[in-house]
Design a protein. Structure first.
Length: 753
C-alpha cells in the first residue's frame, strides 16, 4: 500500500521534482537440515526517496516478510532537510537508529551500541549544531540471512545535542531514559544479561573531541546514570562512567591511549552488552621508512566494578606486537605475537581459573606472473586451568587472476598436541569468481577435519560449499542467487578409551550427523527520475546541496579620496567566483540566499572600473549563518594622473632625463617639449624628484630637485615642474710668478755696458 501510494504521489509532483530514486526487491530465504524444521522467509522490500524543492527529501522504507509468522524489517517514513526558521528539520516515524557517539571518536577498543527504536524522531540541524528528540520501543536485528527488526519490551526515550566551536572543538550531550516492562523477565530473558535486571535507567552523557594541533586530538566522555531494579538492588551503584585519552596520528608515527571505567549500568539496552569494564589501553604504529612498519598494543582490564559477589569477575592483561616489511624480489612479510592472560573468579568455584594463551602469526607473500602466492604459519600455546595445549596451522595459498576470472586454492596443515592426544589433519579450501560484463558468479568450498573443535571425546569433519550468481534480467530487473550447504559429522575420537570401549562389540562410532542447506534469492529493480545524480552521490547529499539553509552577505565599498572617505558606486563584488553584485550610489552591495558555511567574497578585478584601484585587502572569507547577515566591507582607491614639465633652454636634449615618484617604483622621461606624466596613481600626496645624474652635460637645475604635489581624480592638478639652466663657465685661476731683480755692484770708474 505504501509503495503504491508513494508511486502515485511521485506522479502528482512530477512537474515539481528535482530528483528521485526508488528500489523494489523481492527476497526469499529457505533453510533446512537434518533434525530441524524448514525455515522460510520471503517478502518484499521498498525504498523510495523524492526531493521536492522548498520542502525537502521525502523517504519511505518498507520491508515485510512472511514464513513463520509475519515479520518486518525497517519500516519508516520521513521528511528530511525541511528548512524551517533557519534550521533543517527531520521528521521520522517508524524505525530509527543512530550511533551513540555524538562526536568523532578515535578509539576502537571500547564498544558502544547504536540506539535503535520504533517510534518517532525529530531533529533540527545546522552545519555546526544539531538537536534531536526520540522515543520508541527498543529494537534489535535478527534473522539468519534476511534481517528483520525484533521489538523488545523496553521504551527508549531521550534527547541529544551536538555543537562545533571553531575548527578545533566539538562536543555533544545526551539524556537517555530506558524503561523495561516486567514481561521481559519471562518472554525475552535471553536479552537480559546477569546482573543487569534493571527496570528503569536515566543517564546523562557528555562527549568531547578537541584538536590540539594537526596531529594531536583528545577525546573525553563522562556520564552519570541511575538505575532501578524490578526488586530492590542488593549491590551499590557505580553511577559515574569515564573514557578519556589522547590520539596522535601522523604518516610515520601514530599512538592512541585511553582509560575506561564503565559499570554494568552503562547504557543497559536490551540485547546489547556495553560497559562493565575498567582499565588502560594503548596502541601505536611506527614507520621508520617506507618498506617497514611496526605496531603494538597493550591492555589491562577488569570488570564487576560493583563487587557483586553473585557474578563472576574477570581480569585480563594482554599485548600484541608485530611488523610488516617489503623485501626485495617483491616479497612481503608480516609477523605478530599476541599474548593474553585471563583470570576468572567464579563464586561457584573454590579457586580462581587462570588462562594463559599466546599466538604467533607469520605470513610471507609474493606475486608471480598472474599468481599471488602466500604462506602463513599460526602457532598457538593454550594453557587453561593448568592444562597446556599447542595448536599449529600451516597454510599455502595461491590466487590466480586472468582477465575476468579469479581462481584460488589453499591447503592448511593442522596439528594439535596436548597431554591427552596428538592429532593431525589437512583442510582444503577453494574459490572461483568470474565477472563477464554485468554477470558475476562465484563459488567457495572448504573440506577437512576441524581440529579447533576437536576434543578428547569427539572429532569433527566439516564440508561447506557456497555458490552464487548476480545477473541482469529483463526490463532493468537484477537477480542475485546464492546456495549454501554445510555438512558437519561428529564421531567418537578413536583414541578415547572411555566411550569407545571394545570395538568388537559393534559400537556405532557416529555421534551426530548434521547436513544443512539453504537458498537465498533477491530480484530487484531501481528507478530514477529527474536530474541525474553525480557519480557516487546520494539523495541525502543531493537534498543538502539543493535545499541549504541560507543567510545574507552584504557590506559597503568606499573609496579613500583627498576629500575624505566616500561611497564607491558601480563596483563589482564576486561571491565564490560565481555570483556578482554591484554597489549602489551609497556603496552598498548585497547577496541574498547564501548557503550557510564559509564563503569567499572579493572585488571582481575583471569588472573593476578603470578609475579605481583595489585597496590593501580585496579578498575576505566570511561565515554565513542561517537567517543572519554576514558583513564585510571593501576599500578602493581612486586613480589620478600627475603631469609636469621640465623647462630647459632651446635645443637641449632632455628625453633621457629621469623623473621619479618618491616612495614608489614609478619613473618616467619627458617628451621633446619637456612634458611628462604619471598615470593611474592613487589619490594622495606625493613627492616628485628629478634624477640629477641623468641631466644633460653642461646643464644644472635652476629649481629644487624634489617637488611636493597632490594627485586628485576629481579636481585639477596644480602645475609643477623643474627648470634647467646652462652650467656657468668656471673662471680659470691665473698663477703669478714672483719676479726678482738681480743687481750687480760695479766700481764707479768702470764703464757700464
Amino acid at each position: 500500500m505504501i509503495l503504491v501510494a508513494s508511486m502515485l504521489f511521485s506522479g502528482e509532483i512530477r512537474a515539481q521534482e528535482s530528483a528521485g530514486q526508488a528500489e523494489v526487491a523481492v527476497q526469499g530465504y529457505y533453510m533446512s537440515g537434518s533434525g530441524q524444521s524448514l525455515i522460510q522467509t520471503s517478502g518484499m522490500a521498498e525504498n523510495y526517496s523524492q526531493f521536492i524543492d522548498g520542502l525537502g527529501l521525502i523517504s519511505t522504507n518498507v520491508e515485510g516478510y512472511g514464513g513463520d509468522g509475519f515479520r518486518t524489517g525497517n519500516i519508516s517514513a520521513g521528511l528530511h532537510g525541511t528548512p524551517i526558521w533557519g534550521w533543517h528539520w527531520d521528521f521520522v516515524g517508524g524505525d530509527f537508529h543512530f550511533s551513540s557517539y555524538m562526536v568523532e571518536n578515535p578509539f576502537s577498543n571500547v564498544y558502544s551500541p547504536e540506539i535503535a527504536g520504533r517510534g518517532a524522531q525529530i531533529a533540527m540541524r545546522r552545519t555546526n549544531s544539531s538537536y534531536e528528540f526520540f522515543v520508541g520501543e527498543d529494537t534489535v536485528l535478527e534473522g539468519p540471512r534476511i534481517p528483520f527488526r525484533l521489538i523488545l519490551p523496553q521504551r527508549v526515550m531521550g534527547a541529544s545535542m551536538q555543537q562545533k566551536v571553531g575548527e578545533r572543538w566539538a562536543f555533544g550531550a545526551r539524556f537517555l531514559n530506558l524503561n523495561t516492562s516486567p514481561s521481559a523477565l519471562t518472554s525475552d530473558s535471553t536479552f537480559i544479561l546477569p546482573g543487569r535486571t534493571y527496570q528503569g535507567s536515566n543517564s546523562l552523557t557528555f562527549q568531547s573531541t578537541f584538536h590540539v594541533s594537526e596531529h594531536l586530538k583528545i577525546y573525553g566522555e563522562t556520564g552519570y546514570g541511575r538505575v532501578s531494579g524490578f526488586t530492590p538492588l542488593t549491590v551499590a551503584e557505580v553511577p559515574f562512567s569515564l573514557l578519556i585519552g589522547p590520539s596522535w596520528e601522523a604518516d610515520k608515527f601514530s599512538v592512541r591511549a585511553n582509560y575506561v571505567r564503565q559499570s554494568t549500568s552503562y547504557m543497559p539496552l536490551l540485547g546489547y552488552f556495553a560497559g562493565d569494564r575498567k582499565g588502560p589501553y594503548v596502541e601505536g604504529h611506527y614507520r621508520p621508512f617506507g618498506r617497514v612498519e611496526v605496531y603494538g598494543s597493550a591492555s589491562a582490564y577488569s570488570n564487576n566494578l560493583e563487587n557483586n559477589l553473585a557474578l563472576p569477575s574477570f581480569s585480563s592483561t594482554g599485548y600484541t606486537t608485530g611488523a610488516s616489511v617489503t623485501l626485495p624480489w617483491k616479497l612481503s612479510a608480516g609477523s605478530s605475537l599476541t599474548s593474553l592472560r585471563l583470570t576468572e573468579r567464579d563464586p561457584s568455584q573454590p579457586i580462581t581459573l587462570p588462562s594463559n594463551n599466546s599466538q604467533l602469526n607469520l605470513t610471507v607473500s609474493r606475486p608471480l606472473w598472474r599468481h599471488n602466492l602466500r604462506f602463513s604459519l599460526i602457532d598457538m600455546k593454550l594453557n587453561v586451568n593448568a592444562q597446556p595445549q599447542s595448536q599449529r596451522f600451516e597454510e599455502i595459498e595461491d590466487t590466480f587472476t586472468w582477465r575476468h576470472f579469479v581462481l584460488g586454492g589453499a591447503t592448511r596443515f593442522q596439528s594439535t598436541q596436548s597431554s591427552a592426544q596428538n592429532l593431525n589433519s589437512i583442510f582444503y579450501r577453494g574459490s572461483a569468481q568470474a565477472n563477464i560484463k554485468r554477470i558475476s558468479a562465484y563459488a567457495y568450498m572448504e573440506k577437512g577435519n576441524d581440529l579447533v573443535n576437536k576434543s578428547v571425546f569427539s572429532t569433527n569433519s566439516v564440508s561447506s560449499t557456497v555458490m552464487g550468481v548476480s545477473a541482469p534480467l529483463f526490463d532493468g530487473w537484477t537477480l542475485h542467487f546464492e546456495a549454501f550447504q554445510n555438512q558437519l559429522l561428529t564421531a567418537l575420537n578413536p583414541e578415547n578409551i572411555f566411550l569407545l570401549g571394545n570395538t568388537d562389540q559393534g559400537l556405532n562410532t557416529q555421534l551426530a550427523g548434521f547436513n544443512q542447506r539453504s537458498i537465498y534469492f533477491k530480484v530487484s529493480k531501481r528507478y530514477s527520475w529527474g536530474k541525474a545524480l553525480e557519480q557516487g552521490s546520494t539523495m541525502e547529499q543531493y537534498a543538502a546541496s539543493h535545499a541549504p539553509l541560507v543567510g545574507n552577505v552584504e557590506g559597503f565599498v568606499t573609496e579613500a579620496a583627498l576629500a575624505g572617505t566616500q561611497p564607491a558606486p558601480n563596483v563589482a563584488i564576486i561571491l565564490d567566483h560565481g555570483r556578482t553584485a554591484i554597489s549602489d550610489a551609497t556603496g552598498r552591495y548585497a547577496f541574498a540566499d547564501v548557503p550557510e558555511g564559509m564563503h569567499e567574497v572579493a572585488l571582481n578585478m575583471e569588472e573593476l572600473p578603470a578609475d579605481y584601484s583595489p585597496g590593501p585587502a580585496n579578498i575576505a572569507h566570511v561565515s554565513v549563518a542561517p537567517r543572519a547577515i554576514a558583513r564585510t566591507d571593501f576599500d578602493v582607491l581612486r586613480l589620478a594622473n600627475l603631469a609636469g614639465k621640465i623647462v630647459a633652454p632651446k635645443d637641449v636634449q632632455i628625453e633621457n632625463v629621469v623623473v621619479r615618484l618618491v616612495g614608489t617604483k614609478s619613473y618616467t622621461t619627458p617628451y621633446e617639449d619637456g612634458t611628462f606624466s604619471f598615470y593611474n596613481v592613487t589619490e594622495g600626496h606625493y613627492e616628485v624628484e628629478i634624477d640629477v645624474a641623468t641631466l644633460p652635460e653642461g646643464y644644472i637645475l635652476a629649481s629644487p630637485a624634489r617637488v611636493a604635489v597632490a594627485a586628485s581624480g576629481t579636481g585639477a592638478t596644480v602645475p609643477f615642474g623643474f627648470e634647467l639652466k646652462i652650467k656657468p663657465a668656471v673662471e680659470k685661476p691665473v698663477r703669478e710668478m714672483l719676479k726678482q731683480e738681480i743687481h750687480v755692484n760695479t766700481p764707479a770708474s768702470s764703464p757700464r755696458h
